[in-house]
Design a protein around this ligand. Structure first.
Ligand code: ZN
Length: 188
């Protein structure tokens, strides 16, 4: 289910040719998989169409993350109806195994039914306030700095500063990691 699609002109055209844009949901008119999600053929297999749409319009999906529908319409690929979520079980599971990143790195397993909403915005490689907030949430959920860094295409130290509030104090918060430890912002 991992989608890291190389978008080129033809692929983008092919994608949108299978989308019926209504005022609300944008319906996938191509194949659907057995779970009712749109299915988009890519060189190495298939991507779920809503994930492909998210990648195409908002940017890369961080490894191990899932994409949620606010409209509960699995065929819908309207980016406005899509948000990024994470999988509690997947992350918690990994956490229990001593922060072994392997399971999530490949990002091949998702459990759509257990997705947890963590925000409505994502995708920009730029470090906007919303991505800082999202990084903090991912960090709270136990993701490693380097996983977040690779998801956002930024350096580990950038993520470190962002999630610690060193540079982004106004966005700041504190929280609790899965193992119960509290983290807080650095003082200025
Ligand atoms: Zn929709």
């Amino acid at each position: 289910m991992s989608t890291r699609i190389e978008w080129n002109h033809n692929r983008i055209k092919r994608f949108w040719s299978r989308v019926d844009k209504t005022n609300g949901c944008w319906l996938w008119t191509g194949w659907t998989d057995r779970d009712g999600y749109g299915s988009f053929r890519i060189p190495n297999g298939h991507s779920r169409a809503h994930r492909a749409s998210f990648e195409l319009t908002k940017g890369p999906i961080p490894k191990g993350m899932c994409i949620l529908h606010s409209c509960d319409n699995r065929r819908c690929v309207n980016p406005d109806h899509l948000s990024i979520g994470t999988n509690k079980e997947n992350i918690y599971d990994r956490h229990l195994k001593g922060r072994d990143a392997k399971g999530i790195q490949h990002g091949t397993r998702t459990f759509p039914g257990r997705c947890i909403r963590i925000g409505t915005k994502n995708g920009n490689a730029k470090l906007s306030e919303s991505s800082v907030l999202q990084m903090k949430k991912l960090r709270e959920m136990g993701l490693l700095l380097r996983e977040i860094a690779s998801a956002y295409n930024v350096s580990i130290s950038t993520v470190g500063k962002a999630v610690s509030g060193y540079q982004w104090k106004h966005v700041g918060s504190s929280g609790r990691l899965l193992d119960g430890r509290e983290w807080m912002e650095f003082p200025e």
